[in-house]
Design a protein around this ligand. Structure first.
Ligand code: ADP
Length: 175
């Protein structure tokens, strides 16, 4: 039997957006197993907790799993080097998304660094879809913080998690 093709899609997913979900849907057609992995940086705690990001992702992956039959989409978390986490997951391909030139510069640098750390692991890039190109988690957090509607950019579980996070923050500020 041919060896399974295992892809590893790492990110902060703070929160997951329709841009990420588009990459996941398209990457799922390329692999037998796709591991979506939430990275945890001690220096960058982010807005949503690791558990919230995972919960939101779990809910957002459900409809994708229902529509795509040929790929086992798994969810994972990691706090080690990305190449190490990919290796542990049995993946030899890291998937990343490219929106524009600034993504390109940062992503190529990262891919080259990862290739130096582990030459067995290849990074592939999927170009962002035209409809999702402008979506970034940073922008979504800013819109949500100002009370704007993020429903067109993120799944409803993500919008709800953002509302809770900012309500809690403003409660802490009022206290
Ligand atoms: P990181 O902090 O590791 O960049 P992100 O969650 O911001 O994590 O992004 C994970 C990956 O998804 C990155 O490769 C990023 O370029 C890509 N990505 C983010 N938003 C989009 C989008 N709207 N369309 C396509 N790719 C995207």
């Amino acid at each position: 039997m041919a060896e399974q093709r295992v892809g590893f899609y790492p990110g902060s997913f703070d929160p997951v957006t329709y841009g990420h979900l588009d990459i996941i849907t398209r990457a799922a057609r390329l692999f037998d197993v796709l591991v979506v992995a939430v990275g945890q940086h001690h220096a960058k705690p982010g807005l949503l907790s690791l558990e919230e990001r995972l919960q939101v992702l779990e809910a957002a992956l459900r409809p994708i799993r229902d529509t795509i039959s040929g790929c086992d989409i798994r969810l994972a978390k990691y706090s080690c080097l990305t190449v190490e986490a990919a290796r542990r997951a049995g993946a030899n391909v890291i998937v990343r998304g490219l929106r524009d030139g600034s993504d390109f510069d940062a992503e190529v640098r990262m891919a080259q660094t990862n290739a130096t750390l582990d030459a067995e692991i290849e990074t592939i890039f999927l170009a962002a879809s035209a409809s999702a190109r402008m979506i970034s988690s940073t922008l979504i957090r800013q819109i949500a913080e100002m009370g704007g509607d993020v429903g067109r950019f993120v799944p409803m579980e993500a919008a709800a998690a953002l509302r809770r996070a900012f309500a809690q923050k403003s409660g802490e500020n009022d206290a």
